[in-house]
Design a protein around this ligand. Structure first.
Ligand code: HEM
Ligand code: HEM
Length: 212
């Protein structure tokens, strides 16, 4: 994997080959945009399957089976992403960034990691209630260990409803607010002279002003 972290500002050329080190690692960038796209598709699919398609129809069953397989795929990608994050330090933020912005950006990123884990895990817990088999793109997938031991089997209706509410409503709204803060932050910095957007892309930073 190419390490794109930079060591000093003077090492930043305006036009550089892809291997010249700036920004996040190539794997982190791929995973960031792939997971972001899949999460948005997953939100849309969850909504279509629950709110648009008529209940108990073959189309709804198909949408649900794709939602489950895609959600578990996202979980695997997120675990890979966390492993990369724990073993590669992100590039340092612009030195002149105010403290409150650093704290807010760190909190939003941390919250995203929590959500990226808890959203698929809560969905997995939901389909692990009872004894229904779980299919992962046609393969057998295990139940989330311990769920039936905690809730009882069959789980009380109230427990099922609470878990469903948590998965389809509470987490989704926290995610939407976090996402709005994240995108607003990325765009703000892009235009306030401390651009960070390029760090999460294959682009290079703008060249520093030179000469008189
Ligand atoms: C990875 C992130 C995930 C996101 C963002 C997500 C999002 C959603 C959304 C938005 C809904 C429907 C909301 C509505 O009714 O408007 C939903 C429903 C559902 N999700 Fe997920 N989901 C994810 C992962 C999973 C996983 C991994 C599973 C199972 C293994 C799963 C199982 C379900 C089920 C069974 C429902 C229907 C619940 C019901 O009966 O109402 N989800 N999800
Ligand atoms: C579902 C959507 C998204 C999720 C879950 C997500 C998640 C994340 C996370 C967790 C990080 C922190 C990386 C780290 O330091 O470990 C990050 C960084 C970043 N994201 Fe996103 N992101 C999403 C969408 C977007 C979008 C739409 C944009 C562009 C407007 C964007 C721009 C960035 C940028 C520029 C960074 C790097 C910030 C920095 O240099 O410190 N993200 N994202």
């Amino acid at each position: 994997m190419t390490d794109r972290s930079y060591s000093s500002p003077s090492a930043r050329p305006s036009v550089a080959p892809p291997s010249a080190g700036v920004g996040y690692t190539t794997a982190a960038i791929w995973l960031h945009w792939t997971i972001a796209a899949l999460l948005l598709a997953q939100l849309a699919l969850g909504w279509i399957m629950n709110e648009v398609l008529p209940d108990h129809t073959p189309n709804q069953a198909l949408a649900e089976s794709i939602h489950i397989s895609l959600g578990l795929t996202i979980l695997i990608l997120v675990l890979a992403r966390i492993a990369i994050r724990l073993t590669h330090r992100p590039p340092p933020l612009p030195a002149d960034m105010p403290r409150w912005e650093r704290v807010l950006s760190g909190a939003v990123h941390f919250m995203f990691y929590v959500l990226m884990l808890v959203m698929p895990l809560s969905g997995w817990a939901l389909v692990s209630l009872g004894n229904h088999p779980i299919s992962f793109w046609g393969l057998t997938w295990p139940h989330l260990p311990g769920v039936n031991a905690i809730t009882g089997n069959p789980a009380p209706k109230a427990t099922r409803q609470a878990l469903k509410h948590f998965h389809v409503y509470i987490l989704v709204w926290i995610f939407v607010v976090n996402w709005a803060l994240h995108v607003a932050g990325a765009l703000k910095h892009q235009f306030d002279g401390r651009p960070v957007l390029w760090r999460m892309t294959w682009l290079r930073p703008p060249a520093p002003p030179t000469g008189p």
